[in-house]
Design a protein around this ligand. Structure first.
Ligand code: HPA
Length: 266
């Protein structure tokens, strides 16, 4: 496996006594959960050798390792979006580091636009499948055969047993298909109509590169999306990041209690 990945993994291993098997990526509105981790060991991304980090002011970039809702977790606080200019292979590197330190499962949350008109802003949806419309793949380039196969299967990346337990615990939980675009512009109304025809219920600008990298290394995922807004053209009002953040903030308690229930189902 790559020296860069090994070095980063060794650095993290040297900082903690217990290595978590569960990782969390927190999307808009849920960042506060990183501060609720008990007995937390915080490692800024820029301390970890070869780890990507953002130099943008106000951008949180840290690993938080400790106990959340009774489970040992590693929280990636600060995400890497393609629209920020990150190369998809950097996202792959981060997932490879998690694999090397022993992560087996990942809970991914995000904010998304609702394409499905039966959703309402503030609904939280269990993602049952993804469509990659980013026209990028984090696995492009030479394959590291030690980490995973050249042509990974995508069927097995979802932790269906975990998802089934969560659905049993929360029978009213909605399910949907998430389509990923690079952004950062929001979609046009015509794109939303096209995406609906493709079978998508939600649209967002994250998650899919991480999921593909997880499929490669055999980390199983469960994804929860907060539908923060109706997608472009469904309502007459223009989309704004302020609206997304406002709704994500409004439902953060509901969202975090769902994260709690999800962690309890592992
Ligand atoms: N489109 C893309 N990404 C998003 C949206 C949206 O409408 N809302 C939140 N993230």
């Amino acid at each position: 496996m790559g020296q860069e990945v090994l070095q980063a993994a060794e650095y993290i291993k040297g900082k903690v006594s217990k290595l978590p098997k569960i990782a969390l990526i927190l999307g808009s509105g849920l960042g506060f959960l990183a501060n609720e981790v008990k007995d937390a060991i915080v490692i800024p991304y820029n301390e970890i050798p070869n780890f990507p980090y953002s130099t943008a002011p106000g951008h949180e970039g840290k690993l938080v390792i400790g106990e959340l809702f009774g489970k040992e977790v590693l929280v990636l606080s600060g995400r890497f979006h393609i629209y920020e200019g990150w190369h998809p292979s950097e996202i792959k590197k981060v997932i490879h580091v998690l694999k090397v330190i022993g992560v087996e499962r990942m809970l991914i949350t995000n904010a998304a636009g609702a394409i499905n008109t039966s959703y309402q802003p503030g609904d939280i949806v269990l993602v049952k499948d993804i469509i990659n419309l980013m026209f990028r793949n984090p696995l492009r380039g030479p394959n590291d055969d030690e980490m995973g196969p050249r042509f990974p299967d995508m069927l097995g990346v979802f932790d269906h047993d975990w998802m089934t337990r969560l659905k049993k615990a929360v029978p009213q939980l909605r399910e949907g298909v998430y389509i990923a675009v690079t952004g950062p512009s929001y979609e046009t109304p015509a794109e939303i109509i096209a995406f609906r025809k493709l079978g998508a219920d939600l649209v967002g600008m994250s998650t899919v590169p991480e999921v593909i990298a997880c499929a490669h290394v055999g980390i199983k995922v469960l994804i929860l999306s907060c539908a923060t807004n109706m997608a472009a053209g469904i309502l007459t009002q223009p989309l704004s990041h302020e609206e997304v953040m406002e709704v994500a903030n409004k439902v953060k308690e509901k969202f975090s209690s769902l994260v709690k229930i999800a962690l309890e189902q592992i």
